[in-house]
Design a binder for this molecule. Structure first.
Ligand code: UD1
Length: 417
């Protein structure tokens, strides 16, 4: 397993072009199952997770080709079975459930099981399919779902906000007969991107981006070309890196309204931020001040930026309370940050971080995608050389991370296993 040797202490300065959003690309790729016509997706980041989803689609029978960041898919599915080995590799594989069921009336999808950041059940996905008339059984570790006469429009009420649950519900409802209403829907920009693409394919969706989405079912979808929205989590990660290294970064392609919660708190810490359409310019020249955050569904502070923000609070002036409300067990980065000299006390879902003037370099180990990148940020802000091992986690979510940071003055070197 490769590791990353990072010589920290340099301010990051320059421009970074933000890639397409992994979390938008995954459901968009799954949407190719809903038509036999051609779906062309542009700006699909080349990441372990998107490549896994492309592999799963090929396994299901879809013709998939990739030319740099453009993925072209056609032909639909000839198998309805998403097997254990592909689904455990990437939980988001469960996003094929809604499209298969809606288009073909049947799906057999392995239950994804646990993962590093908690148990992450899929009960809400299953309940959404049942609300549209599917008969669902759990057997042998698989979700087996059928709708012999097709799905029927219905009211899907989510008891808690689920991004993936909303995406599966939305894709299923698009080809169901009649009207569906998704209540307490997730409002993440990735949901809006999915709905925009489905509408371009002929779906009739309204209300996306609010907590109530209405869908008038249609019989078929047709060809479309869609550009994946920029990755707000990647942009947010680089924004935090700029503040932590007292640097000056221009983030191209980033949309400030997708990052309101983060940018507001970064301003509180003393960063100067200017934005214009498609560009966020962030700079900082001084130690950041401490600030508190609580993770929440969009438009709240994203859980996917919590680890990175905590790394920043480790070197902030003052104490910060960080509350994680979305996932249990999403403080896996804490023991590793402690190895770098951080002062963090965790009590249930809240961490108290007392900022130190600096961290000390150390060998650390990544445990999940966002935890890994928080360790990279901590290492960049530390004078001396740190090694982050198990960086394959980073490859699941950050496209060309080493090049992008290296071009802005970071000193990183990949050590091959
Ligand atoms: C997506 C993102 C992930 C992000 C998360 C929250 C993708 C591929 N992943 O994950 O990066 O951290 O949103 O913003 O887009 N839950 C249930 N039952 C379910 C589904 C979810 O109890 O059937 C719970 C989860 O355990 C969690 C909460 O709901 O506590 C939110 O999870 P959800 O929004 O569904 O996350 P994902 O879609 O898996």
């Amino acid at each position: 397993m490769d590791s990353l040797e990072i010589k920290g202490g340099n301010a990051l300065r320059g421009e970074i072009t933000i890639s397409g959003a992994k979390n938008a690309a995954l459901p968009l790729l799954a949407a190719a199952l809903m038509t036999t016509d051609k779906l062309v997706l542009e700006n699909v980041p080349r990441l372990a997770d998107t490549l896994s989803m492309e592999g799963l689609l090929r396994h299901l029978g879809v013709a998939v080709t990739r030319d740099h960041e453009t993925v072209t898919m056609s032909g639909g599915a000839n198998s309805f079975d998403a097997p254990y080995d592909l689904v455990t590799k990437m939980r988001a594989s469960v996003l094929v459930l809604g499209p298969l069921l809606a288009r073909y009336g049947e799906a057999r999808v392995s239950l994804p099981g646990g993962c590093a950041i908690g148990t992450r059940p899929v009960d809400l996905h299953i309940r959404a399919m049942q609300a549209l008339g599917a008969v669902v059984e759990l057997a042998d570790g698989y979700i087996q779902a059928r709708a012999r006469k097709g799905l029927q429009g219905g009211r899907i009420m989510f008891p808690m906000v689920s991004v993936g649950g909303t995406e599966n519900a939305l894709m299923a409802a698009v080809l169901a007969k009649g009207e569906s209403e998704i209540v307490n829907a997730a409002r993440e920009p990735e949901i809006t991107d999915l709905a925009d693409c489905l509408n371009a394919m002929g779906a009739q969706i309204s209300g996306h981006g609010t907590d109530t989405i209405t869908v008038q079912g249609v019989d078929t979808l047709h060809a479309a070309t869609h550009r994946v929205v920029a990755d707000r989590i990647e942009a947010g990660t680089f924004a935090i890196a700029a503040v932590m290294t007292q640097g000056d970064l221009v983030l191209r392609g980033a949309r400030d309204r997708h990052l309101d919660a983060l940018l507001a708190v970064l301003r509180e810490t003393g960063a100067s931020i200017e934005s214009q359409p498609g560009i966020i310019h962030i700079k900082s020249n001084g130690r950041p001040r401490a600030a508190d955050i609580t993770t929440d569904p969009f438009p709240g502070f994203p859980t996917d930026l919590q680890a990175q923000f905590m790394a920043m609070m480790c070197i902030a002036d003052g104490s910060s309370h960080i509350s994680e409300t979305i996932f249990e067990n999403r403080f896996m980065h804490v023991p590793e940050l402690l190895r770098m000299g951080a002062d963090i006390k965790v009590n249930g879902g809240t961490a108290l971080v007392r900022g130190r003037a600096s961290l000390t370099p150390a060998p650390v180990m990544a445990t999940d995608l966002r935890a890994s990148v928080s360790l990279v940020l901590a290492a960049l802000a530390t004078t001396g050389t740190s090694t982050v091992s198990r960086i394959y986690h980073l490859e699941r979510g950050y496209s060309d991370l080493e090049t992008k940071l290296g071009n802005c003055g970071a000193e990183l070197c990949r050590i091959k296993a």
